[in-house]
Ligand binder design. Sequence first.
Ligand SMILES: O=C(O)[C@H](O)[C@@H](O)[C@H](O)[C@H](O)COP(=O)(O)O
Length: 313
Amino acid sequence: MFNSVSRCNVNIIRVIELVDSMALPGVHRDRGELRIHESLDELSTDLADYIADLSEASVKERGVFAIALSGGSLIGLMGKLCEAPYIKTVDWAKWYIFWADERVVAKNHADSNYKLAKDGLLSKVFTLTSYFLPCCPSSASCNLSTFPICVPIVPSHVHSINDSVSAEEAADEYGFVIRQLVKTRMVSVSDISDCPKFDLILLGMGSDGHVASLFPNHSVLEEKEEWVTFITDSPKPPPERITFTLPVINSASNVAVVVTGESKAEAVHLAIDDVGPDSPSLPSRMVQPTKGKLVWFLDKPAASKLKSLQFSE
Ligand SMILES: O=C(O)[C@H](O)[C@@H](O)[C@H](O)[C@H](O)COP(=O)(O)O
């Protein structure tokens, strides 16, 4: 079940198809693929590779790539996408960008997940125009074989929430926007429900096991109808947030949970290992894509309490 692989100079320990043999009746508890890294640098490289590969496959298949981001340390760990080779090779113009969760604050507020992604990622790709100007088709010096991509992220493809309305209204509006994009298939649709099927949803996880803004023991975990909902009592500040619901997360083609640091080790264990019938209803454990693929990006401290793992280095 366990094997070591080396990929793009990154040494990772990968556990393929870790299936919980103690699954509850009717519940398929496939905990996905584990990629456990020696260092944050290796994890970042593997994460950039993974995102770039999914982007390429999705653009080839559907002409677009619909990706949802979260907040927290994830954005910093995605930073290598703004470096060579990805900055040049990723087809940024085909990206449609969403947020799996957002804090209900102004877009220029330090707590805004949009601001975090804009400053840490998007602004670096927005400036591609000037970066690539000398090679664009209109330029005599254009060399498309060396620089196939000349177009940056399209601002109208960046779907952040309306920051001038209440949490409830922002969630409603965001759900409506996604519905329009599902109609035109910029976002695909699940073939077993009417849910959107994002090409990739990227999640972080808190030490309490929350993902997106789905917190343990919160009624938001029961939401089955809405695609996007809101909370006003987040245990992690700020209190007002909007979030994708579990049905949307579990309808995605790909879900990646990126978790680092020893403070998350217990939650990683509870989210992934077979902990028997007393398994707490951890939001991260409820991430179980129905038909999509789940991948965990962990560093060794975060993976240190995993019982199901035998390191085979
Ligand atoms: O907006 C948020 O608060 C996030 O989307 C949240 O779900 C985050 O991903 C986790 O809290 C992990 O954050 P860290 O990686 O910073 O611990």
